[in-house]
Design a protein around this ligand. Sequence first.
Ligand SMILES: Nc1ncnc2c1ncn2[C@@H]1O[C@H](COP(=O)(O)OP(=O)(O)OP(=O)(O)O)[C@@H](O)[C@H]1O
Ligand SMILES: [Mg+2]
Length: 400
Amino acid sequence: MPGRSEKPDAPSASKLKEVRRQCEELSASIESLRAYYEDLLGSLQDGIITVEPDGRIRSINQAAEELMGLSAQMFHGRPFEQVFPNDRSLRELVRKTMESGRTHADFDARLTRQDGSHVVISAVSSLISDGTGQARGIVLAIRDQTGIRELEERLQRSDRLAALGTVAAGVAHEIRNPLAGLRGAAQLLEGEPDFPPALSEYTSVIVKEVDRLGAIVERLLSFATPRGPVLRSCNLHEILDSLLFLERVPLDAAHIAVQRQYDPQLPDILADPSEVRQLFLNLIRNAAEAMSDGGDLTVRTRYERSAKRCGGRSVAVAEILDQGSGFDPEIERHLFTPFFTTKEGGTGLGLAICLRIVEDHGGAMEATSSPGRGSTFRVWLPLAKQSEAVSPHNESWGTA
Ligand SMILES: Nc1ncnc2c1ncn2[C@@H]1O[C@H](COP(=O)(O)OP(=O)(O)OP(=O)(O)O)[C@@H](O)[C@H]1O
Ligand SMILES: [Mg+2]
């Protein structure tokens, strides 16, 4: 064009300076935006994992790191499938979202932590797309559901216990009188002058079986119509010792060695001693029954300050560990359900009674197991003196 130079003018020094300043401003605002999003992700309670379209992990926030028990550096840039080899439901979620572009959720997924333990989580995977609708990857939001599941289970258990208690009380009441009648009739028969002695074997079977049924009915009644604990301050170790003393003969006969690991500074608990005896008797008998080839039965206690499981109260924790058969996850789900038993002749009420006692005391209990290697039954029972237990003078409790 006439009057116009062919070559563009060389940028002036001041223009260059201006462009440079703008670049610096831009890079500072990008940096601050990046820091803002990092802070945002870091402060979220939910775990957030982002995955590139090629399936590699791009980022992971702190909550997800904590949930998985891993550091983000360990799997940044690695394929998602490799980082979660044991969590099929998560891999499926991400795959489905990649394929369909739609959001998918699983509210009962399982996450395997670095240490091999499992956490129940809810997981939602959604597509990240840019302004043009082009897929830029996946965002997976995960949330720990353990507390909620435990609460749900406890509520369900309490409901089941209450309903079954009412039924059991009615049934037990109806059975008691006829049983007494049967027993009396069998004894009267035996007392008849012309009763053939050869038949006394049968009447004694009747009496024996009626007595067995009677014991089951009594157990049912004690389960169904609890009298409510009469609480007082008592020493847990004394209760455990007297129980172990009484059980020593059957335990010796079964080649079971008792190991006591007591916290010597454990304060008194607030409990009904006869109910606590019943609780630990059931647990010790179960442990012994699970160790058909003998082994170690460990009774361990410790102090725990502000136990989450007991509404932040200070508690005594008692554990009964055995080296017996253990139980698989399927059995674990039914352990505390009344009438659930895997034993011939078992009533399946032992653990249901334990749970009722523990809950009546404001405590909690749980069971864990390595199938084939043994089980641990753990009980939390509130202490008698809450204020004393949390005072600074007692800081050392539980460390003995
Ligand atoms: N220490 C343990 N090791 C392995 N399995 C156990 C243990 N304790 C309980 N169980 C399992 O839980 C089930 C229920 O136990 P629970 O004490 O309620 O009833 P039970 O022992 O079968 O019968 P009962 O207590 O009336 O004799 C048992 O049948 C067993 O399968
Ligand atoms: Mg039992």
